[in-house]
Write a protein that binds this ligand. Structure first.
Ligand SMILES: *[C@@H]1O[C@H](CO)[C@@H](O)[C@H](O)[C@H]1NC(C)=O
Ligand SMILES: *[C@@H]1O[C@H](CO)[C@@H](O)[C@H](O)[C@H]1NC(C)=O
Ligand SMILES: *[C@@H]1O[C@H](CO)[C@@H](O)[C@H](O)[C@H]1NC(C)=O
Length: 614
């Protein structure tokens, strides 16, 4: 009894202390701080006469940079209260401005200052890839058709504002002896690389010509976790590596996942060089870091800038979409001669969900290609159903029928496992099952509530299947929730996604016809059988391109009240549906893909780099 009571005391003390601390801070500083982006009058350095080294009247760009930073500090010092703010970045190349972490009242002071054109609160930035399997559709791919000229992109530098890069990936390797670049860079002017965790000095290897990370915004406004929010240009997500390899990955790189060869990957411009500007972190991203990254890319004079991260909603308060700081940044980047390519967003198929608003950036929507990975399920009565899979076949090369069991019929009889039926149907917990009823069987798992709320995952199904020795699993649509759009992953055991409710009903009917139950409906036994076919062989016969379901749609809007704008968006469509490309094995946001060097992803992020060459 001593232990619990001292624990209780400790608990009470800590509650008391935290209440006390909260009341103190509330009393002294009742205003929460946010990041604000501020645009000032006056040109960025890129537009000041004589700022480029090849101009005849040279002004030292370093002194210009220092001068601009000093001016920003001066403005903040004179306008705001001491200790009420922290400047995060000075934007100085494409435009004149800064980002600052401060309270609303201090931001209002800035707004009222002469020479201030725009003050906008930072509402964060998102990667334009969806990880939600339900919203994705099936077909894809382009690289197989692209033997591509061996020199495509030589001399061009593509800048990527994204989650960083996996520097050891073969898509970004460079051997100057074997296959040297033959063109000099047109205008790129920075070979600077920032090193750090997972990003040693050898990472900038000639293919990756520059790598920087921008984190002041995330460090001020996001609760960063040092083990996943790596402060170096290293890509802990996989997203940045994926995007960079689609645009500029080396040609002919074998894609091997779980020991299976899926073909060879090639970037659209396999000889282009890569400049990395990391501004996205697994725990959250800020517009301030994204804009700072873009400013640096303009200063470095990349030829093309690919932006697959940004605000995924129109600005609040009815502010004009075109006057959003992000749009303004793209305008000035374009004006400085950088071709800007931007993801259109992943909020389709609903109208006016496009988040690429402005005529000065190329907004890219996603489409399917003619590639599919057909997969089939054979039932014991001879019926064959279409599904999606990227997994190998079941027993006997998928031709031998095996026993089938529905997850909720295979529960431990006298188990003490406490969970809602949703989790049981979704095969999330190995401890819920009677091992004898699922071993060496194909188990039917049902898409349910946990998948819609994001608490359930394929990773957990695979874990359950491995722990208990399923011979495979079928993931069926739930009539209560409707059909879903399948996103197949290369699972390491036979599996198939049956995404249409009608097909799920066929399976259910067959299963019930072959299953004995007692008068209360309890499972007695079943002689239902099925076989899962090969799901890793591509077919190139699909009608294409078709706009992907998730790809954000026009018409373009000029504010969050959805007033229509006279701009046609998205500008172009490119393949963005089920695209194989380089990845980062750390895969912080997607446990299913951990350890993989390649991933098949969908999103307008995946479409955007297909357009990153002119
Ligand atoms: C690249 O630059 C070097 C040094 O300026 C020059 O010698 C070489 O000829 C250039 N190569 C090409 C292909 O322009
Ligand atoms: C940080 O991330 C690691 C890895 O995902 C996780 O195990 C840990 O709990 C996280 N720490 C915090 C404080 O959230
Ligand atoms: C209940 O579970 C125990 C151990 O988990 C097992 O030994 C026993 O046979 C089970 N009883 C029934 C009726 O299934």
């Amino acid at each position: 009894m001593v232990l619990p009571s001292s624990l209780t005391l400790l608990l009470m003390m800590s509650i008391f202390i935290s209440i006390f601390v909260i009341s103190i801070t509330c009393f002294h500083d009742d205003e929460e701080r946010h990041i604000y982006l501020v645009l000032l009058e006056g040109d960025g350095i890129a537009f000041q006469k004589g700022s480029h080294s090849q101009d005849s009247t040279t002004i030292d760009p370093n002194s210009l940079r220092e001068e601009t930073e000093a001016k920003h500090d001066e403005i903040l010092q004179s306008a705001l209260e001491d200790g009420s703010y922290k400047k995060l970045h000075s934007f100085k190349h494409m435009f004149n401005g800064f980002s600052v972490h401060t309270s609303r009242s201090q931001a209002t002071r800035l707004r009222n200052l002469a020479g201030v054109k725009l003050v906008q609160r930072d509402n964060g930035a998102k990667l334009m890839t969806t990880h939600t399997p339900q919203f994705l559709s099936l077909p894809t791919g382009i690289w197989t058709q692209l033997g591509g000229p061996a020199h495509a992109g030589d001399g061009v530098v593509i800048g990527f504002v994204d989650s960083g890069i996996n520097p050891t990936h073969p898509s970004f390797a460079y051997d100057p002896n074997l296959h040297p670049f033959t063109s000099n860079l047109s205008s790129f002017s920075s070979a600077e690389c920032q090193f750090g965790p997972f990003f040693p000095a050898s990472s900038c290897n000639g293919k990756i010509v520059s790598a920087k990370f921008f984190s002041a915004g995330a460090q001020a406004a996001v609760n960063l976790n040092a083990s996943v929010d790596i402060l170096s240009p290293f890509d802990a997500e996989g997203h940045g590596s994926h995007v960079a390899s689609i645009a500029a990955g080396n040609g002919g790189v074998p894609v091997v996942v779980n020991g299976v060869f899926y073909g060879k990957a090639s970037g659209m411009a396999p000889r282009a060089r890569i400049a990395v500007y990391k501004a996205a972190y697994p725990s959250g991203s800020t517009l301030a870091d994204v804009v700072a990254a873009m400013d640096q890319a303009v200063s470095d004079r990349v030829d093309i800038l690919t932006v697959s991260v940004g605000p995924d909603e129109p600005p609040p308060d009815g502010t004009l979409t075109f006057l959003n700081m992000f749009e303004v940044a793209m305008l000035f980047a374009r004006k400085a001669g950088v071709f800007v390519v931007q993801a259109a967003g992943n909020k389709g198929p609903y109208p006016s969900t496009v988040v690429s608003f402005s005529p000065w950036a190329m907004g890219v929507g996603a489409s399917t290609t003619d590639r599919t990975y057909p997969a089939h399920l054979l039932l014991g009565n001879g019926q064959v159903l279409d599904g999606a899979s990227l997994s190998g076949p079941g027993f006997g090369n998928g031709k031998v029928l095996q026993k089938l069991v529905l997850a909720k019929d295979a529960l431990k009889k006298n188990g003490t496992f406490q969970h809602t039926p949703e989790y049981i149907e979704e095969c999330q917990h190995p401890e819920a099952f009677d091992p004898n009823l699922v071993f060496a069987r194909i188990v039917i798992c049902t898409c349910s509530y946990g998948f819609y709320t994001g608490t359930s995952s394929f990773a957990a199904i695979v874990d359950t299947a491995r722990t208990l020795g399923f011979s495979g699993f079928i993931y069926v649509a739930n009539p209560r929730y409707g059909s879903y759009k399948p996103q197949a992953y290369p699972f390491a055991l036979p599996s198939i996604l049956i995404s249409r409710v009608d097909d799920a009903k066929v399976i259910s009917q067959y299963y019930e016809e072959h299953t004995k139950r007692d008068e209360r409906g309890n499972f007695i036994e079943s002689d239902a059988m099925a076989a899962i076919g090969e799901g890793r062989v591509a077919s190139f016969t699909e009608r294409s391109p078709v706009v992907s379901l998730f790809s954000s749609r026009g018409p373009d809007i000029s504010n969050n009240r959805k007033s229509l704008a006279d701009v046609l968006k998205p500008d172009v469509l490119a393949p963005g549906d089920q695209i194989w490309a380089a990845y980062s094995p750390m895969s912080v946001s997607n446990p299913m893909l951990r350890g993989h060097e390649f991933a098949i992803l969908s999103g307008t992020s995946m479409a955007t780099p297909h357009v990153s060459q002119h």
